[in-house]
Structures are given as C-alpha cells and as structure tokens.
Design a protein around this ligand. Structure first.
Ligand SMILES: Nc1ncnc2c1ncn2[C@@H]1O[C@H](COP(=O)(O)OP(=O)(O)OP(=O)(O)O)[C@@H](O)[C@H]1O
Length: 355
C-alpha cells in the first residue's frame, strides 16, 4: 500500500465547536465560537515602535535589547513570539507587563497604557523560570497568589480547585511543590498565571524542559485556554508546536521583528521536495527520473529517493508501476516555520553592543 503524506501544512484558520459539557470551566464563561481569522476581533494589545537599551558592566556598555518592535494582538488569538536566544523576547514581554520601561514607543492593552496598574487584573503571566514557593502545596500556592489579587477566601478555594483540575494536578493537591516533577511545576506555574481569570495570558517558554508528553499536555492546555475565550501570547523555542497552535507568529532577531503574520503568509505552500521510499530500485532506473532525481540513499531493503518539488507525484507512481519499482511511501516536504526561522535569523547573533 502506498502511503501519501501531506506534511508541514499548518492549521491556520481554526473553526471551533467547543462542547460546554466536556470543557472544564476556566474562565468567565466566554466561550468563543469563532469562525475565520482572529483579525476580525477587537485589539487586545498594541505595541508601537518600542525600544529598550540596557547599560551594563563597569563601563556602562550599551546593550540594545529591543531596537524597534511593533505588533498587535487580537482577542481570541494565540500569538507566537519566537527568536533565538538573546533576540529580545523576554525584554519585550517585561515591557508589556510594566516590569521594564521602554526608552521609546508606546504599549497599550485593552485600550489603556501598559503602566496602568488596573491592567494587572486582566493579565496572567508565566515567566520563563517561574519561582514558586516550593515548601507550599499546590493548593496553598494558588491560595497565596489568589490572596495577592485580593480574592475572598471562598472564591480562592473554588478557583484553586478548578485550576488544579484544569492543569491536571488534582491528584497532587497536598504535595509540596518541591516534590513536583518539572512538568508538574510548569503546570502549577500555568495555574498561578490563571488565578485571576485573566483575559490575556502571557506564557514565556511554558514547555521548557518538558518531555514530549508534557509538551503535548501544555499545547492542549493552551488550545483549551483559547477555546474558553482567552488571548494568548506564546513565546517558545519549540517551533513545531508554535506552528501547530499559533494563529499568527512574530519572528524576532537582534531586537527587531523580522516577520509578523499569519502562518500561511509566512510559510510558503509549494512543495520543496518529495521523499520516496521504494523497493526494487536499480541504478538503471535513474534515467527515468532525469533531472528530478536529487538524491539516492539505500536504507536496508529499501531505497530513499529525493525528487524535486516540481515533480508530479501521480507521474512518479505511474512511472514506477510500469517498471516494477514498488513505492512504499511518498511524502511531500513543504516549508516549515523552522525554515522561516532559519531564514529570518541567518545573520550573526546579537553582538550585544549598541551602534
Ligand atoms: N537587565 C538587563 N541588563 C543588561 N542586559 C540585559 C538585561 N536583560 C536583557 N539583557 C540583554 O538583552 C538582550 C536580549 O535579552 P532577552 O532576555 O530579552 O532575550 P530573549 O530573546 O528572551 O532570549 P532567551 O530566548 O535566551 O530567553 C540580551 O543580549 C541580554 O543579555
């Protein structure tokens, strides 16, 4: 049987059909039954020509962490922020949170300027390295954070139970955080970010250090958050997951945005090449494929062929059938977010020195 894979095609415009009977309650009950693109929805965040230079060391050397960054995030979208180490992502996030003051430009959220403290109620934040009080149990931890938001005791108790169920920690309610695995700590950090039922959730590397199962769980959780009507800024180095779940993506490099857009705008749709595994291949078959054949590699009993992207797959199958070459699989390879990332960040890494 010939397996014909369609690989690397991102889900761009999602249509959701959340079933309220099966979705745990995680918000103020704003189920967002969206069709089409998030750009039709109201603006949640606007970053306009923001820049930040740090001064560091004895000689107060200038480090231009963010040079000029502008983007918007709309209600109900998962917006991916990606870039190599030192690109300026965390500094940008800190400016959104009012933890770092920009030297230039403006940031507004929900129509208010970022330094308006009343906005804190509407934002949830998971830092890259969350510092959780490890001697507390998960319940005590959430109770503590709920207290910081001035939530009454009864509401804190209810919300903590709800969130710990949501993040899959109901079985470890009374265990100190110090005894949690890395994945459990990360999930406790996400619960902490949701305690105030925020409208905008900012997740800085939520999957860092997690195994594939843990990564998958966090990915599902982020999708679940979107289904409940949250807007999410998702900063990650795990590009296949960013490609899988984000509506739009910004690629940052050396303090600048190199690309911002919907995935289908950033990632080309044409096939770069086909990978075909065949049985019964002989060197004499080379001439059948002429210029289309890019690579031939024997792999056990089979042979892996790489054929150029403008080859017609139906034609390949027909040709091989005629000469008795057995096609085991044929897979088109398209551009991925990783290709876009590599292209956008091809310059040397940040020199750290201001010009
Ligand atoms: N408080 C600070 N003082 C001096 N330099 C800083 C400060 N914070 C960040 N930087 C520098 O600014 C640049 C951008 O750092 P930032 O942490 O924003 O990058 P990042 O994209 O989040 O990287 P990573 O993916 O490694 O977390 C780096 O060169 C970093 O050393």
């Amino acid at each position: 049987m010939v397996r014909y894979f369609q690989q690397g095609v991102p889900a761009v415009c999602h249509i959701y059909h959340p079933d309220p009977r099966t979705q745990p309650s995680i918000g103020r009950g704003r189920c967002d039954l969206r069709q089409g693109t998030a750009m039709n929805s109201p603006e949640v965040l606007r970053v306009d020509d923001v820049a930040k230079t740090f001064r560091t060391g004895f000689f107060r050397k200038r480090v231009r962490a963010v040079k000029s960054v502008s983007f918007t995030i709309h209600h109900g979208e998962i917006f991916g922020l990606i870039g190599p180490n030192g690109a300026g992502k965390s500094t940008t996030i800190k400016m959104l949170l009012g933890l770092v003051r920009p030297d230039r430009g403006s940031i507004s959220m929900f129509g208010q300027t970022a330094d308006d403290v009343s906005l804190r109620d509407r934002i949830g934040y998971l830092p890259e390295n969350p510092m959780l009080y490890e001697h507390l149990t998960a319940v005590e931890l959430l109770d503590f954070y709920g207290g910081l938001f001035g939530m009454p005791k009864r509401k804190r108790r209810e919300r903590s139970a709800e969130l710990l169920e949501l993040v899959g920690l109901s079985h470890a309610l009374d265990r100190p955080v110090a005894k949690f695995s890395k994945g459990m700590k990360q999930r406790a950090g996400i619960a902490q970010a949701l305690i105030n039922d925020p409208d905008l959730v900012i997740l800085d590397e939520p999957q860092s250090g997690l195994d594939p199962v843990g990564r998958h769980e966090i990915r599902d959780l982020v999708l679940q958050l979107r289904r409940s009507g949250k807007t999410i800024l998702f900063c990650s180095h795990i590009l296949p997951d960013v490609q899988d779940i984000c509506d739009r993506v910004a690629v940052m490099h050396r303090g600048e945005l190199k690309d911002v857009g919907f995935l289908h705008e950033l990632i080309g749709t044409e096939t770069l090449y086909y990978e075909v595994y065949v049985g019964g291949w002989r060197n004499a078959h080379r001439e059948l494929l002429e210029d289309a054949l890019m690579e031939v590699v024997p792999v056990g009993d089979l042979t892996r062929l790489q054929l150029s992207g403008d080859t017609e797959p139906e034609q390949i199958l027909r040709t091989f059938a005629e000469v008795g070459v057995r096609v085991e699989s044929l897979q088109p390879h398209k551009e991925s977010l990783e290709d876009v990332f590599m292209r956008d960040t091809a310059d040397p890494p940040n020199s750290d020195v201001a010009v």
